[in-house]
Design a protein around this ligand. Structure first.
Ligand SMILES: [Zn+2]
Length: 333
């Protein structure tokens, strides 16, 4: 069991650390009650989940899964210090990383407790939720070319304004997202050229990110977005180029772990609804080693990566009791 101990700049107290501290409380309480488990439990605090300092992510969980490659250690921070150098300066021995890898045959599963980082549990008035999958993500760069021109002398009906086209496309993408279940996305970045007060924008590039726990849904979203963008481009006489820049498949939580979490919730009188995670977590790396399961805990106003991030003591206790019940009913390895 575990989560990450690193945070983002100006982050909160619970993203990550809840999943490190809470299992310790659960194990302590089980010990106090005299419960012995038929398997060993390790609680792990990963580093570098957020990828704040280095252009890497999930290095801690990748190490446990045996998937840290030497080139990942050469990633550099903004000051040109490599991850390898930073680890040595911190007192670590990078050569020992391969030895931290666990044996798949000796590993039953990985459970992570994490704040939801979203508003769904609060809306449902549930303390905890059972995660079905960690979302798949794809990103695209859209380049839209029109024609620059004098903003005073070119008649409106003769313009090929790339920014007006882009504006319409952002709305078209939003409409696809609003109307598709289990699909979320964003146009998060937009660059206008020449970006001048009196020139018709000749070129706009913008990003589209799509997330879904279901590959088929993400594919549907991609096709619907592409079709909508091409329609707008054609109508406005703009040239469009869509380039896929990143994609990572969704990772499903193990059925047996979802069922065990559900039974644990029922046993302690908590509602047990399933939900997907729109954010990535250490489970993305851990699934290469073993089955994964995740328990979300309600957080105040769904707020995360913010100093006001908060949970209640009652929800923390409910989650601890779920973990205790979960551990006691797992199948004997
Ligand atoms: Zn986190």
């Amino acid at each position: 069991m575990g989560s990450h101990q690193d945070s983002v700049i100006e982050g909160g107290k619970y993203d990550g650390m809840l999943g490190v501290a809470l299992p310790l409380l659960a194990l302590e309480a089980l010990k106090r009650e005299g419960v012995t488990l038929p398997f060993g439990v390790e609680v792990v605090a990963f580093g570098d989940e957020e990828g704040v300092r280095f252009p890497t992510t999930l290095v801690g969980s990748k190490a446990l899964a045996g998937n840290v490659t030497p080139d990942q250690l050469e990633a550099q921070d903004a000051e040109g210090i490599s991850l390898r150098e930073a680890l040595i300066a911190f007192g670590c021995t990078p050569e020992d990383i391969p030895a931290t890898a666990r044996e798949p045959a000796n590993t039953l599963g990985f459970l992570e407790v994490h704040i939801e980082q979203g508003p769904i549990l609060e809306q449902r008035d549930h303390a905890v939720g059972i995660v079905t999958a960690l979302t798949g993500i794809e990103r695209h760069k859209v380049t839209l070319s029109g024609k620059a021109g004098h903003a005073g002398t070119t008649p409106m009906n003769m313009r090929h304004d790339a920014l007006v086209g882009a504006a319409e496309m952002v709305l078209a993408i939003d409409s696809v997202l609003q109307n598709t279940d289990e699909l979320v996305g964003v146009v998060g970045r937009l660059d206008v050229h020449p970006n001048a007060v009196n020139v018709i924008p000749a070129q706009v590039t913008f990003t589209v990110e799509l997330r879904s726990p279901e590959s088929a849904t993400r594919q549907y979203g991609r096709e619907a977005v592409t079709a909508a963008l091409e329609t707008v481009a054609k109508r406005r006489g703009l040239t469009i180029n869509i380039e896929n820049t990143y994609s990572a498949d969704a990772v499903a939580c193990a059925d047996w772990m979802m069922t065990a979490l559900e039974q644990a919730c029922t046993q302690i009188g908590q509602p047990a609804e399933r939900m997907f995670s729109g954010a990535g977590h250490d489970g993305l790396a851990m699934q290469a080693l073993t089955d994964i399961g995740m328990l979300f805990v309600r957080c105040k106003e769904g707020l995360s990566h913010h100093p006001d991030e908060a949970i209640t003591a009652e929800d923390g206790e409910a989650a601890t009791r779920v973990v205790m019940a979960f551990l006691q009913q797992l199948p004997r390895p």
